[in-house]
Design a protein around this ligand. Structure first.
Ligand code: GDP
Length: 240
């Protein structure tokens, strides 16, 4: 469990905390389960609901794990009805943040397992790509699928990211059933440099986090299909 407390909300990239040493950003489509994931990782019921308070939904919300070490809750994206102006504002805030935060260690991307890799998820990944920083995908609400389809989606998302040459790790996650919580926590801790007692930081812990994620998600050793059927936002299948 990560011990986090609300620190600050930021409206402009120029107002980012100056004492930051390491940040892990959380991003995802609205309703993907981002707030629930942060709350579950921090073992708190309402922590990330700060980000849902009126006036806070379009801000960067910082949660302090240790001095100078933060989780950064990025505004959810993809409200179909969001006015163009709001979409532009979102882009400039997130774009500014991603470009300016030299302390950003990695991105946790939350995607509803039933609707992974939407166009907006790809856009975010493309923005993030030039930074050369690691991405860890939580396929959230994994309790919504039975084991076979969940494992199949896991393999498809991995294959699609591999094909796009995006170096990302992917795991199943459920806040409801507490699936994948330890693996996700290990990845975040490895990036923040806040090990659990007995966990070693640096190169070794990165390997450990990845190995752990792969072990628990039981990576399919069969060759992934060259094309993956990904269901888009409207539930339509598309080839990736
Ligand atoms: P956010 O908009 O991305 O922050 O999403 P929320 O965390 O608010 O979750 C959106 C909806 O999905 C809510 O109704 C949650 O109760 C539900 N939800 C979140 N996580 C899970 C999960 O692990 N399993 C299930 N079944 N529902 C979830």
């Amino acid at each position: 469990m990560l011990n986090a407390a609300f620190h600050i909300s930021v409206a402009h990239a120029r107002d980012l905390p100056s004492d930051s040493l390491a940040e892990v950003a959380f991003a995802g489509r609205s309703n993907a389960g981002k707030s629930s994931s942060i709350n579950t990782l921090c073992n708190q019921k309402r922590l990330a609901y700060v980000s849902k308070l009126p006036g806070r939904t379009q801000l960067l919300n910082f949660f302090r794990v240790e001095d100078g070490r933060f989780l950064v809750d990025l505004p959810g994206y993809g409200f179909a009805k969001a006015p163009k102006e709001q979409q532009m504002q979102w882009q400039s805030l997130i774009g500014g943040y991603l470009a300016r935060s030299s302390h950003l260690a990695g991105l946790v991307l939350i995607m509803d397992i039933r609707h992974p890799l939407t166009d907006l998820d790809w856009s975010l990944l493309e923005w993030f790509r030039p930074l050369g920083k690691p991405v860890h995908v939580l396929l959230s609400k994994s309790d919504k699928l039975s084991r076979g389809p969940a494992m199949q989606t896991l393999a498809q998302v991995r294959a699609a990211l591999l094909q796009a040459e995006l170096p990302a790790t992917v795991q199943l996650f459920s806040s409801l059933k507490r699936v994948g919580v330890d693996e996700a926590e290990n990845v975040v801790r490895g990036w923040l440099g806040t090990p659990k007692k007995g966990q070693i930081t640096g190169q070794y812990s990165e390997q450990t986090a990845e190995q752990t994620a792969e072990q628990t998600t039981e990576r399919d050793t069969t060759v992934p299909p060259a094309t993956a059927n990904i269901v888009d936002e409207n539930g339509a299948k598309q080839n990736v």
